[in-house]
Design a binder for this molecule. Structure first.
Ligand SMILES: *Cc1c(COP(=O)(O)O)cnc(C)c1O
Length: 355
């Protein structure tokens, strides 16, 4: 699989933002990866100058939302080298999402190679200020021109890169979360386990409601009993209860986060007992009130670890650890970001060197 590379001309290259100016997902690099699926096979994998698509308004993706994506990051280490975090996990999940949405499969090695080669081309865009990274967005869209409801026969697989600062403006500090008691994110048999665009579109309404209540995240409950904690809109959730780690079991309705998996592996090595179980919201608020739930945090690639300062449920706000970052939350954050940014030894062999 030879990659075709077409470089942007010098005069078409963009001005790179300074590291201090970086926010989440606003700036994009000079190049992108693109490969088209047609006649039952993938065409030539190409790196081309970053550019808009010209697409027929009747393309499937615009009507029925056949779209999937991934979210990953490249990290610059103190010796200036650049590394990916567990990229084959993303490749595997991308294919699971594709399968659920009846889309074309991608060779996992090609998925990772496309990203590595693209970042090599745009390596100057990988920022180096503390906490900054290069966010990577692999995406697949249904490009067949056809209005019937059926799996598209044609797809674009593309990758774009965005140098980013912290996901939350405040950086690593506790946020307020609200438990959504009426709307649901997904249901058993639904698409909750797939990183499919439609899941996020459907969640925005609840997010608006939460923001009106001064909450920056929604916590979803299970669809059937509205009783078991699931996750946030784009992050998994964990609790420290009696010094053990608890996270909702991933049995089809929640997205199996790679950060979630990594924090669980890390926790075990650090000597914490981990529990992947159903978490009843009533038990949880009791644990918070009685002081046995001492910490809560979200986990996901965009913000890595986000401490939760309070959780609102049925008009009542439950404060956790006096709205301070907990010791265990801090430890996981330090260990995980330490490995990612090359500041501590990668005992798990999670990082893949690009350059
Ligand atoms: C992407 C995502 C996560 C986090 O997954 P990571 O692999 O850790 O980035 C969690 N929940 C949802 C719904 C997501 O889309």
């Amino acid at each position: 699989m030879e990659l075709e590379i077409q470089l942007s001309s010098e005069e078409n290259k963009k001005q790179r933002p300074k590291d201090e100016e970086l926010v989440f997902g606003k700036f994009f690099t000079d190049h992108m990866f693109l490969m088209e699926f047609k006649d039952e096979k993938w065409g030539v994998p190409r790196i081309i100058p970053y550019q808009p698509f010209q697409m027929d308004p009747a393309c499937c993706v615009f009507h029925y939302g056949q779209e999937i994506f991934e979210g990953m990051k490249a990290y610059r280490h103190p010796d200036n080298s650049i590394h990916l975090f567990r990229p084959f996990e993303n490749a595997k999940r991308f294919n699971l999402s594709a399968e659920r949405m009846s889309m074309a499969q991608i060779n996992k090695d090609l998925f990772v190679k496309a990203i590595i080669e693209l970042i090599r081309v745009d390596n100057l865009w990988v920022p180096s200020a503390p906490g900054t990274t290069l966010y990577i967005r692999p995406t697949m869209i249904a490009s067949e021109v056809f209005l019937g409801v059926h799996p598209s026969l044609e797809y674009y697989f593309y990758v774009i890169l965005s140098p980013v600062g912290p996901y939350f403006k405040g950086g690593f500090r506790p946020i307020k979360a609200c438990i959504e008691n009426e709307l649901i994110r997904t249901a058993p048999g639904g698409t909750g386990e797939a990183k499919a665009g439609g899941n996020y579109a459907a969640s925005l309404f609840a997010m608006n409601n939460a923001m009106n209540k001064d909450c920056s995240q929604v916590i979803w409950l299970d669809a059937i009993e509205k009783r078991y904690i699931e996750e946030a809109t784009a992050m998994n959730i964990m609790f420290v209860i009696n010094n053990e780690i608890f996270t909702p079991v991933a049995d089809g309705t929640i997205l199996k986060g790679i950060t979630r998996k990594s924090v669980l592996e890390l926790a075990r090595v650090l000597g914490y007992k981990t529990n992947e179980v159903q978490i009843d919201v009533n038990d949880l608020v009791n644990h918070i009130e009685q002081g046995s739930c001492t910490e809560a945090f979200f986990v996901g690639t965009a913000a890595i670890i986000t401490p939760i300062g309070s959780i609102s449920y049925q008009e009542k706000e439950y404060t956790i650890n006096d709205f301070q970052v907990g010791k265990i939350t801090q430890r996981f954050y330090d260990e995980l970001t330490g490995i990612q940014f090359g500041k501590i030894h990668d005992r798990f062999n999670w990082m893949v060197k690009i350059i």
